[in-house]
Ligand binder design. Structure first.
Ligand code: 6PG
Length: 255
């Protein structure tokens, strides 16, 4: 099993610095290699934890004009709604750095969840054709340069919730749900094949309420242990990194 690299931090502030360094380094490497950086964000506490990217030195050193922004999951609400992951990222990050507006790929917020998922997949397909997003050699899925995920205390990542049929989706790149246990109920989400085709996946987790899920996602829980969604994040070729604070890591064995 690809458990990935564990980066356990004494404090949330240290984690924030390490995360900003990590994203800035991947951006630089990707721009050097492909001329662009295709990054997918999630919602929740992640955006606040990325906040150092808007500060010196990153705000000046990162080549923001090469960033293409996507969402690993989004709530199906208006773009200016308090629940929108787009709005969260715009207010907390994107409006503070010189991103090119046409590179920001938010979802269509004026259609049903099903249509929004289809539309989003279509947009990604166009950008795969033009190689803004690379393509995986093994799965034909888009290969994002970086997918950033948070972790729910129930073990969900993106909008892939425990025991939900969306976890079994193998054909679609983007799917929809209308029964999210975490409100709001209607969401679209990258599927596991897309997450696991990325060049880099980072799961960013802080706080004690997530410690049990971190343990169940990473430690050997045996063949009969629960298979929480975060445990299914196993990039086939890409690199997985866990950013944890001490509290989130507190139930890991051997740490
Ligand atoms: C969402 C998120 C979701 C989030 C986790 C963790 O839209 O709700 O993308 O997957 O990352 O629920 O959220 P917190 O970090 O706020 O606990």
């Amino acid at each position: 099993k690809n458990t990935g690299e564990l980066r356990i931090h004494e404090s949330v502030d240290e984690l924030r610095t390490d995360l900003a360094d990590y994203v800035a380094e991947l951006s630089e490497a990707s721009v050097k290699e492909r001329g662009v950086f295709a990054i997918a964000l999630s919602g929740g506490s992640l955006i606040g934890l990325m906040g150092k990217l808007c500060e010196a030195p990153y705000n000046k050193t990162v080549d923001w004009s090469k960033w293409y922004i996507f969402w690993a999951d989004e709530r199906v609400v208006a773009k200016n709604h308090a629940d929108s992951n787009y709005k969260l990222a715009k207010d907390g990050l994107l409006s503070k750095v010189p991103i090119i507006p046409s590179h920001v790929h938010s979802i269509n917020d004026s259609v049903s969840a099903e249509e929004a998922a289809d539309d989003y997949e279509f947009v990604i397909r166009q950008l795969v054709k033009t190689r803004v997003v690379s393509v995986s050699e093994i799965s034909d899925c888009p290969k994002f340069d970086l997918i950033l995920l948070g972790l729910g205390s129930d073990g969900h990542v993106a909008s892939l919730f425990p025991n939900h049929s969306a976890l079994n989706e193998r054909e679609e790149w983007v799917t929809f749900i209308t029964d999210s246990p975490k409100p709001p109920p209607e969401r679209i989400t990258f599927t596991l094949p897309v997450i696991n085709s990325a060049s880099n996946v980072a799961v960013v987790v802080t706080g004690e309420s997530k410690a049990e899920s971190v343990h169940l996602a990473i430690d050997d829980v045996g063949p009969d242990g629960p298979l929480i969604p975060a445990r299914m994040v196993q990039p086939a070729m890409g690199k997985l990194v866990w950013f944890l604070d001490k509290l989130a890591a507190s139930k890991l064995e051997d740490s």
